[in-house]
Design a protein around this ligand. Structure first.
Ligand code: NAD
Length: 353
């Protein structure tokens, strides 16, 4: 059994903890928190050993009636891999602690790419993380884009990608970010950080990204244009994407018009916390326009002239990185390959609608 500790038990950490606990080949050693709150209470009720991220604060947990298993250092020492799910920048502060105990660490997308040996997406570059000491599971948006680009790059080749990311202003629990009532070009300069972040997974991909923020908490939505080197039909692209376990093609017949109904659907399906681990791609939005090449040089049916692919996808920011963290544990420990790890993770979590 692979022993996994989680340092930082908030939006991402609590979900990764549940996913790790569900794996047949992993043991959740415990989770670390800075202070007692409803999430600490939930961890205890689930039977997860709770460690204090800041040792001097251990009495605060005891005052709140919460048993603490020890300081976070004990958790790090007892784990084969630690998943750091602390707020952006804190992971970098924690790096020396993981090094001190010689425990490989996974960080989240809020950390800088240059903190780590490798940035990770299971479908795209699983094997690059084998034996690495410091791995960054890329952000929710970069995860969503990488999962989409992987089959397109492999099957058709990508000349250029252009993506506008319409991002939620905050997570549902982030009251400090709202109320928000605005539509922000964010950042106002181009490209947004997302394109360069995708290049940490696909170094050669030619990609431009534009970011916006809107007053919503449910999900992000991407408007995607990919210039393909070949000319598939829209039906062929749909079939290709439908084969991917972490891409959900929303059937037209479901009458799901946005993130609200997607979340409602996930809750109706009994998903924990209403989570949607898959990219949600509107099947009828998948459109292929032949004729990227200048007029007179266009070809049809699979020659090098290329085609423009368009689609919309929604990304559940709180949960799409969760299965990726689970796979990154196996990748770092060199336990298995991408296909087997993803299949195990998907089966244990209940991936797919
Ligand atoms: P969060 O604020 O919900 O959770 C972070 C948790 O870490 C909190 O419980 C906080 O109390 C705790 N914490 C703070 N300092 C700590 C310390 N020194 N030691 C241990 N715990 C500490 O944040 P989050 O949304 O879960 O984000 C965590 C990371 O995941 C960030 O890098 C973020 O960029 C990334 N991420 C977030 C989302 C998202 O939409 N929420 C999506 C993908 C990736």
């Amino acid at each position: 059994m692979m022993k996994v500790g989680i340092n930082g038990y908030g939006t991402i950490g609590k979900r990764v903890a549940d996913a790790v606990a569900a794996q047949p080949d992993m043991e959740l050693v415990g989770v670390a928190k800075t202070r007692p709150n409803f999430e600490a209470e939930t961890a205890v009720r689930k039977g997860y050993p709770l460690y204090a991220a800041i040792e001097e604060r251990m009495p605060r947990f005891e005052e709140a009636g919460i048993d603490v298993a020890g300081p976070v250092e004990d958790l790090v020492e007892a784990s084969d891999v630690v998943v750091d799910a602390c707020p952006s920048g804190i992971g970098a502060d924690n790096k020396s602690m993981y090094e001190e105990y010689d425990t490989p660490a996974l960080y989240q997308g809020g950390e800088d790419a240059d903190l780590v040996d490798v940035s990770f997406n299971a479908r795209s570059n699983f094997s690059e993380a084998e034996g690495a000491d410091h791995v960054r599971v890329v952000s929710c948006n970069t995860t969503g884009l990488s999962r989409l680009f992987a089959p397109l790059v492999e099957e058709y080749g990508v000349e250029k990608a252009r993506v506008t990311l319409v991002r939620r202003g905050g997570d549902p629990g982030q009251t400090g970010r709202g109320p928000i009532n605005d539509i922000l070009p964010n950042p106002v300069t181009l490209p947004s950080h997302h394109g360069p972040d995708v290049n940490t997974i696909f170094p050669d991909l030619n990609i431009d990204t534009l970011g916006m923020k809107v007053p919503a908490t449910l999900m992000h939505t991407h408007s995607v244009n990919v210039q393909l080197e070949e000319v598939p039909t829209a039906e062929e692209v749909r079939d290709l994407l439908a084969e991917e376990s972490r891409l959900f093609l929303i059937p037209e017949s479901y009458d799901i018009d946005g993130a609200g109904k997607l979340k409602e659907f996930a809750m109706d399906q009994g998903r924990p916390r209403g989570d949607i681990w898959e990219n949600c791609i509107w099947a009828e939005s998948i459109t292929v326009e032949d004729g990227v090449a200048p007029k007179g040089q266009q070809g049809g049916g699979g020659d090098a002239a290329g085609a423009d692919l368009y689609l919309f996808q929604a990304i559940h920011q709180e949960s799409d990185v969760v299965p990726e963290n689970v796979d990154a544990v196996r990748a770092v420990l060199g336990e298995t390959d991408a296909e087997e790890s993803m299949a195990t993770t998907d089966e244990a979590m209940g991936m797919g609608f």
